[in-house]
Design a protein around this ligand. Structure first.
Ligand code: THU
Length: 135
């Protein structure tokens, strides 16, 4: 398990190095782990209109879905901040929740160290697809 987590974080950091962020100069990487063991990565992709920027986490999810993956177990996220662990933005938390509440989230630092948390902890009492079928 630890090897797999280290690989997830390593790929997340590689993806961060591909970030297109000329406006914020704040590169972010993400790597999602699927139930069948595949790792799909993403980076933030900014836009001159600012508002059309896509976060690393959402880039990773969208790539994964295109490649046929809809079941996930974990995501690693990393930026360049060295002295504390940084979590995904609220919009990305909601997008992860679309694919279920059972995500392990690894908040990673540039040196590969990480803090393990969960999506349910990051987005309690979330609105989920299940709510649409309850009525
Ligand atoms: N960003 C992400 O990629 N993920 C997050 O969870 C938070 C923010 C990006 C968006 C933008 O390109 C830059 O970080 C600064 O906000």
């Amino acid at each position: 398990m630890t090897d797999q987590v280290n690989e997830l974080i390593s790929k997340c950091l590689q993806a961060r190095d591909m970030a297109y962020c000329p406006y914020s100069r704040f590169p972010v990487g993400a790597a999602v782990l699927t139930t069948d063991g595949a790792i799909i990565t993403g980076c933030n992709v900014e836009n001159a209109s600012y508002g059309l920027t896509v976060c690393a986490e959402r880039t990773a999810i969208q790539r994964a879905v295109v490649e046929g993956h809809r079941q996930f177990t974990a995501i690693a996220v990393a930026c360049e901040i060295k002295d504390r662990f940084v979590g995904p933005c609220g919009a990305c938390r909601q997008v992860l929740m679309e694919f279920g509440p059972n995500w392990t989230v690894y908040l990673s630092k540039p040196d590969g160290s990480y803090k393990e948390t969960s999506l349910s902890e990051l987005l309690p009492q979330a609105f989920t697809p299940g709510h649409l079928t309850e009525n």
